[in-house]
Design a protein around this ligand. Structure first.
Ligand code: AMP
Length: 126
């Protein structure tokens, strides 16, 4: 089955400059901005500029340059926000996908979350 992408999602609108964002980092192929509903002292979203809905979509169809840029942007955000494991106390990366992943915005985004103890990774489904 082919991947699809809805260009009316809110992160596509941010990339087109139609709505504002609190940018942390912009690179050739990626944008990082603060989550509007932060769940921790550091909560930044890193997105590719290309039209990819999920991580698996990105991994399948993005160019090597986009993939390298995106991964380096995530690492740079960790350093810029002070949570990087070499100097800070660490962080968690989350990339929700699809219905079971409870993905709200259908444009790939990696949450960089840190700044305090985050607790266990998952809560059991109810
Ligand atoms: P997810 O459930 O992984 O799709 O997460 C979507 C995230 O996007 C949530 O943490 C929202 O708080 C965040 N979000 C939604 N709209 C905006 C926006 N305009 N600017 C920044 N973050 C947003």
């Amino acid at each position: 089955m082919a991947y699809t992408y809805d260009d009316q999602n809110i992160f596509a609108k941010i990339l087109r400059g139609e709505i504002p964002n609190d940018t942390v980092l912009e690179t050739e192929h990626s944008l990082a901005f603060r989550d509007i509903n932060a769940q921790a002292p550091t909560h930044v979203l890193v997105i590719p500029k290309g039209p990819y809905a999920t991580f698996d979509h990105f991994a399948a169809e993005a160019s090597d340059a986009e993939i390298v840029d995106f991964n380096r942007a995530i690492g740079e955000v960790c350093r810029m926000t002070g949570v990087a494991a070499d100097r800070g106390d660490g962080y968690r990366l989350i990339a929700n996908a699809g219905a079971d992943g409870v993905q709200e915005v259908p444009h790939l985004h990696v949450h960089v979350i840190g700044g305090h103890m985050l607790g266990r990774m998952l809560q059991p489904a109810r």
